[in-house]
Ligand binder design. Structure first.
Ligand code: NAD
Length: 261
């Protein structure tokens, strides 16, 4: 178990990729802080399920990743509860699909806040402790959209390109402190976020559901298969291992060949 007696904070982990990462960290022995929105009883079932299944402590933080004070509060609370934050996974993210001229201002602000600025604020709070311990792992869930664009996703693509730059900057600042900072850039992963954008894409492109699945989503992915949440989680666990100590500032694609094209 590579993460025994360590603490992992995973933002946006009540669902999808974040939940799979939180569970994978717990499987490796880490105490975990899960975060995100959802129905109280479902979140509590996940939290207590993690404790039972993996024999670690799991706490839930309801911090809203669009609110800097709540983000910093989440990290402070994790340190108070567990003594340190050793692994920070900035994963919370939302999507909105619309041509730029119709893109609502508040959606732009919300996506930049949740998908980009939240990672800055969480790092701002967690880095001093990691530097002091001379060990840390920061993993940002970016996207193939941190490397290439698609139409109608202006805020998302801007935020994801931004997080790739933030990752590189933090990696350089922390290079001599035993703290690595990387991003994982999945292609299309089958999660509620992908499922939810199908109706908007149908509207924006005037397509049927099948056309959106085959001609838009998997059209970009040469393997013609969705990435799985467990595959992303495995890479996150690997990045926490000693074997990965010299991987820092990297943007690791897991996209079925999408960005090779
Ligand atoms: P998801 O919708 O299943 O999960 C998103 C999580 O973020 C949920 O737990 C949700 O509650 C949480 N969240 C949303 N707004 C929040 C807020 N304001 N404060 C706190 N938590 C909030 O989506 P997912 O597909 O698992 O996406 C996770 C990350 O992976 C995102 O950053 C997304 O951009 C990225 N990503 C997803 C795909 C994909 O195909 N699914 C591909 C590339 C990158």
């Amino acid at each position: 178990m590579t993460l025994k007696s360590k603490t992992a904070v995973v933002t946006g982990s009540t669902s999808g990729i974040g939940l799979a990462i939180a569970r994978a960290m717990a499987r490796e022995g880490a105490n975990v802080v899960i975060n995100g929105f959802g129905e109280g009883s479902a979140i509590e079932a996940e939290r207590s399920g993690i404790e039972k299944e993996f024999g670690v402590k799991a706490v839930y933080s309801p911090a809203d990743m669009s609110k800097p004070d709540e983000i910093e509060g989440m990290v402070e609370e994790a340190v108070k509860t567990f003594g340190s934050v050793d692994v920070l996974v900035n994963n919370a993210g939302i999507q909105f699909v619309s041509p730029i001229e119709d893109f609502p201002r508040e959606k732009w602000d919300q996506i930049i806040a949740i998908n980009l600025s939240s990672a800055f604020f969480a790092m701002h709070a967690a880095i001093p402790g990691m530097k002091a311990k001379k060990w840390g792992r920061i993993i940002n869930t970016a996207s193939a959209h941190s490397l290439v664009a698609s139409p109608f996703k202006s805020a998302y693509v801007a935020a994801k390109h931004g997080i790739a730059g933030l990752t590189k900057t933090a990696a350089l600042e922390l290079a001599t402190f035993g703290v690595t900072v990387n991003c994982i850039s999945p292609g299309y992963v089958w999660t509620p976020l992908v499922e939810r954008q199908i109706p908007d894409t149908m509207k924006a492109r005037n397509m049927t559901k099948e056309q959106v699945m085959n001609d838009v989503l998997l059209q970009a992915q040469p393997t013609k298969e969705f990435v799985t949440v467990d595959q992303v989680a495995s890479l996150a666990v690997y990045l926490c291992s000693d074997a990965a100590s010299q991987i820092t500032g990297a943007n690791l694609s897991m996209d079925g060949g999408w960005t090779a094209a």
